[in-house]
Structure formats: C-alpha cells, structure tokens
Design a protein around this ligand. Structure first.
Ligand code: HCA
Ligand code: CU
Length: 492
C-alpha cells in the first residue's frame, strides 16, 4: 500500500494556452505550473535491500553505438559531436561509440570524440578478438566494451565458435586491454538464451582475470522482469565485478527490466535516446530517468540534468527523422496533461493526486485540458481566471455546462472554450437572464446550430422531466407502502 501524498499546493496559473511548452499549437490544454517542489518524501521509495542499486546506478549511453544501428540512423561527425556534448551535459556516466573497426570514418569519429575532453567516459564497443581490441585501444577511449554471442543460436549460426574458444579469447582480450590501462567490460550476446552453466563459468573466468564489468544482454528482447531479476541475482553471487545490463524492447519490457536488474544488483544500465537501436531498440534514457526518479528522486536529481532530456530527445528525433511518441515517458506531448473534470479538480488542489513525477523536475509544464466534454467547472474556473474573468461559482458551473453542451456536438479547441467563456461573461455583464442562451461560436455549421438548439431544449426540459419522474416515483413508492401495509394487515 502506498502512503498518502503530501499537501503542497499549486500556486498559480500562467498564460500558455497551447501544448507542450508552446511547441504544438493544435494541442488543447492550459498550462499550470507550481513553484515549490511537491514531494519532500517519495511514497514510492523502494524498500531497503542490500542487493539493490536503484539508488546508485550508472548510465552507459549508447545512442552513438546501439542507436547507430537504428534503421533511420546516420550520424556524421558533427552530429555525433553534438549528441555526445549534449549527453555529457546531461551527465551520462559513459558514452558508448560504434566500433572503430566498423569503418574508417567510425575510427576517426571515435578519435575525434575522445579528444573533446568530455566529463563522460568514452567507450567503444568491439567484437571479442585481438584485431578489434588493438584498433580500439589506439583511439584514446577510456574503456572497451567487448561482446560475443554465447547462445547456441549465435554460436551455430553466427560466429561458429565453441565456449572453450570464447573463454580463451575473452581472457586474451581482457588481459591485453587491461595492460593498456583501459577499462574493460565483457558481455555475452543473447545471454537469456544461453546455457546458464556455460554463462556463469565464463563470467567467473573473466572476473578472475580482473574484468571491470560483465554485461548481460537481452539481445532479442525476450526476457521478462522476473527472468532478468533471477539472472542478475544469480550472477551477483558469482562475480565480484560490476554488472551491466543491455535490454532490447521487443516485448515492451526494456525499462521495467532495467529496473529489476538494478534491484537484483546490476550497477550499469545501457540506454539510448528515445530507445533507438536495432529493431524497436533498447531501454530509453528518458524512460529510465522517469522510472528512476519515481524510485529515488534525490539520487537522480543530484546526478543528472533532467531538464536536458527534452532537448536531447528533440535533437536525436530530428537527426533520425522520427517524432517523439505521444506516450513517451516525460516528453510525450500529453505526458502531464489532465483532462477529466475529477482529475483536473484534484490536480488543481494538489498535483500529487494524479502525478507521480513532478514535470518541473524535467523543466516541463503540466496542463489542464479544459476544452472537452469531460471538463469540470474547476478547470473552467481556473481557465476563466487566467483570462481575468471573475464569476460566481454558480456562473462558472453554468458556463461549464454551456461548454460541455457544445463539446457534445463537435470537438472543440481552446479558442472555442475561451470564446464561450468570454461570451457567457459578456452576457452576464449585460444583465441577460439566460447568459448561456445566445452563446454560439462564429464557425458553427447550420447542422451544429440545430443540434445545439435541440440540446438546449432537451437540457431545459431536464428539470421538468426530473420533477415529473420524482412525482411518479413518489406515487409508485406510496402505492407500494400502502400495498405492503395492507398485506401486513395495517390500515393505510
Ligand atoms: C550488437 C549486440 C548487442 C550487444 C550488447 C552488449 C546486443 O548489436 O552488437 O554489448 O552488451 O543487444 O546483444 O547490442
Ligand atoms: Cu543491443
């Protein structure tokens, strides 16, 4: 069970009338911001667990490696530098780059990024062989991520090597890279479809020769959170080095799986911006931040510049010609938009009621979507006050009814709702007895006007009909009571 949220209040409304930070004019909502941080204590704080690294994880940002394997990706050196600098500013612990053995341009780009002097450590990602390792250490990287397929699928149909060969070569490469004073990680591709005994004995062997990290990769995105927890937990008992996790998102579990891996003792999570990578990609950087801030806000805020997420996602989205998905954690265009009247009312009173993440932690605003038939009078009151219109609560309610009536006939935009509020208010000021009566929109079709008229008549008839129903109900009730009384031998 979750403890109740605290009682920090929203302290104002501002003047934005369109969507995410003003960038989507078609969006219907009103922006409300809060100056004070909402949560002094996080109700979702994970329970204490000696294995868990939820409060001390590191990010290995692989947009410039796994992300380069995304179908639409092509990054020239300038774009790579722009992305690397943005990730560095964000506070990525590591930035992983495509293997310098992949192409001459990849090698040169790798060298150029190493020379930027970024705070993030620079890694490159290579196959498990000495030729690649030699090229990698010459580029000036801080570390090398080595990978080789260990599942029977990959051993038979990809590189064709057996476990004994893999172990021998891995040790050779690790010792070589270490001798150059460079960090080294060893990872098995397709870990979840590899033989567990083979895998553990391989990791034990590389741990013994001093590898800095071992990596588990869900290359095909088949693992469930529980399987991830179990494998990482088992591995944690076998090796003493750090554990990295790399998770594909084929079944939509990449963020949840990363979280479970951290709970089980993993230390490093691979991410890419927007999750781009092979097929539908891997754990997304923004999604991971959303998950982790819900677990340990202080840690996440102290380490990462979260307000950079939006611009980094926009940078990468533009570079690979995709849109930011509507349901993206944090930056999806309606990620902090509240629509139904009940939600809007509670959010206006205290945002913790319907938000586990404070959008201001990411430099983003929340919105109340008030131009719809699901709206409520609290949202309309808040909007009217933004427009400097003051009315009584009864008038706000009547005005809300007018907006809902119109929104029942056709979708309405912010501008439409605003027009109704203004017209309604003008009618009040003019002393009209029925201020909702002549509230029309300038762009209504004849069909819509007719439908609205019918609706107004229906609505006007409702109190009469209700009164009639009550009389009938009363009569039925009285008859029933009399009948019952008679049946019981009691005179009416
Ligand atoms: C790849 C495979 C990889 C490697 C992951 C890792 C995967 O595309 O080369 O190095 O841990 O998903 O297995 O991305
Ligand atoms: Cu991958």
């Amino acid at each position: 069970m979750c403890p109740p949220a605290d009682d920090t209040q929203i302290n104002g409304v501002n003047g934005h009338t369109n969507g995410t930070n003003g960038s989507r004019s078609e969006f219907v909502g009103v922006d409300i911001t809060r100056a004070t941080p909402r949560q002094s204590r996080n109700p979702y704080q994970p329970v204490g667990d000696f294995l868990s690294n939820v409060s001390r994880f590191q990010v290995i940002e692989s947009t410039l490696r796994e992300g380069e394997q995304f179908a639409n990706a092509y990054f020239d050196l300038d774009k790579k530098i722009e992305i690397a600098k943005a990730l560095d500013e964000f506070g990525a612990d590591y930035i992983e780059l495509t293997s310098p053995a992949a192409s001459e341009a990849s090698r040169k780009d790798c060298e150029a990024i190493c020379k930027l002097g970024l705070k993030s450590k620079i890694l490159t990602h290579i196959r498990c062989n000495m030729e690649d390792a030699k090229i990698a250490v010459e580029t000036g990287v801080d570390g090398v991520d080595v990978v080789i397929g260990t599942s029977s699928f990959l051993r038979e149909h990809s590189h064709g090597k057996d476990m004994a060969y893999i172990k021998k070569t891995a040790i050779e490469v690790i010792e070589y890279v270490k001798s150059k004073g460079i960090e080294i990680r060893f990872s098995s591709e397709d870990s979840f479809r590899s033989d567990l005994v083979d895998l553990l004995s391989l990791y034990q062997a590389v741990d013994k020769v001093g590898v800095n990290r071992v990596g588990i990769a869900d290359t095909v995105g088949c693992a469930s959170p529980r399987q991830v927890y179990d494998l990482v937990r088992t591995l944690r008992g076998v090796v003493s080095c750090d554990i990295e996790i790399h998770l594909h998102n084929d079944t939509g579990c990449a963020i949840a799986n990363a979280y479970c891996a951290l709970e089980a003792g993993a230390t490093h999570v691979d991410t890419s911006v927007l999750g781009i990578g092979e097929r539908n990609g891997i754990t997304s950087l923004g999604g991971l931040m959303a998950r982790m801030i819900a677990a340990d806000r202080d840690y996440v805020k102290s380490k990462y510049k979260l307000e950079k997420i939006k611009e980094i996602e926009e940078l990468v989205a533009e570079a690979v010609a995709v849109n930011i998905p509507f349901n993206n954690p944090i930056t999806g265009f309606c990620a902090f938009t509240h629509k139904a009247g009940i939600h809007a009312k509670a959010i206006l009173a205290n945002p913790s009621t319907y938000e586990i993440i404070d959008p201001s932690d990411f430099g983003i605003n929340r919105y109340i979507h008030f131009a719809s038939r699901l709206t409520g009078w609290n949202a309309i009151k808040s909007r009217a006050q933004q427009l400097n219109i003051e009315m009584t609560d009864a008038q706000y309610k009547e005005c809300t009814a007018a907006i809902k009536r119109l929104a029942d006939i056709r979708p309405i935009a912010i501008d439409d709702a605003d027009s109704i509020i203004h017209a309604f208010h003008r009618n009040i000021v003019a002393g009209k007895t029925n201020p909702a009566g002549s509230v029309l929109l300038p762009n209504m079709t004849d069909k819509e006007r007719k439908a609205l008229e019918e609706k107004m008549q229906e609505d006007a008839a409702v109190p009469e009909k209700r009164a009639l129903d009550e009389v009938v109900d009363d009569q039925v009730h009285t008859e029933k009571v009399v009948k019952k009384a008679k049946a019981n031998g009691i005179a009416a």
